[in-house]
Design a protein around this ligand. Sequence first.
Ligand code: BGC
Length: 363
Amino acid sequence: MRKLLATTAIAAVALMALSGCSTRTDTTGGSTAAAGFPADSVIGVALPSKTSENWVLAGGLFEDGLKTAGFKGDVQYAGASTTVKDQQDQISAMVTNGAKVIIIGAADGGQLGTQVKAAKDAGATVIAYDRLILNTPDVDYYVAYDNFKVGELQGQALLDGLKSRKAAGPYNIELFSGSSDDANSAVFFNGAMSILQPKIDDGTLVVASGQTDIKQTATAGWKAENAQSRMDSLLTSTYGDKALDGVLSPNDTLARAIITSVKAAGKPIPVVTGQDSEVESVKSIMAGEQYSTINKDTRVLVAQAIKMAQALQKGEAVDVNDTKSYDNGVKIVPAYLLPPVIVTKANAAEAYANDPKLAPLTK
Ligand code: BGC
């Protein structure tokens, strides 16, 4: 069912891109949607710490894009150590400064209830960016790449990569997931497991460590060192005389940490998935090390978030294309989901053709 929804959402986005039409608009969303606000208002952007390259890129793109749109942008990152508290304080300051829209890439999606309530009480509209904000009625919209689809693509890439190296299983694999304070982590993992679980059940895939529960596979803080040390332990405990054929990695930073660990153990590099199209991972894919990544063009995601702010400024309805998938525990948050693209060495040149930073790496 969820797969159907994801597929339908992708189809809708594709159709929209082809026809140039806008998707259905939300008329029930933010209470401030109809009012509009002055064109030079403050728009707050609260980003998490820079745990992956996409967040680094987003800050600059928001600064530039909001300025071009005529807004006063207030773009903040949570620090690396007191991440949650930093972000809570930053959002509170944005409310005090009269921000009309607050766009949030949550450091911890479950810890912002008080701050987004204050934002709503002050008349601001709250947009969750990339990561959903949980257990609060006070988030108006969500804009992200289709996270479940990301997971499905990762699961399928792992299977495809394994088959390309050895025609038939069983294949020994290990599973990694993201940080448990990021709502995306479970969605990525569930998407991947929707593809992998049937193959585990029929014996094609063997998780030799037995660690298949998301709690066992989680990587606190999305930190490379945590993935690397878990991989080190798995290699010692389970792969002394066994081949490791593949690893499900939820993103590129962790993929490279996993590869570093395997190399240090003197083992052949398994098929390793990723996400984000980070420069070092695209290089690694072209060099035949990391197997796959996902293209979630940050430029497009930031532009879509700014489009939402512009619609709100004019008092127009905000474009959404999914009103079913993102239940935050209190409400279903109307979402605009963009389609992620799987990238391997085979399609990298095509996938990054319009990305001036990545295209040269694929030549
Ligand atoms: C994002 C990923 C990113 C991860 C770690 C997730 O919420 O969707 O693109 O790799 O956070 O920063």
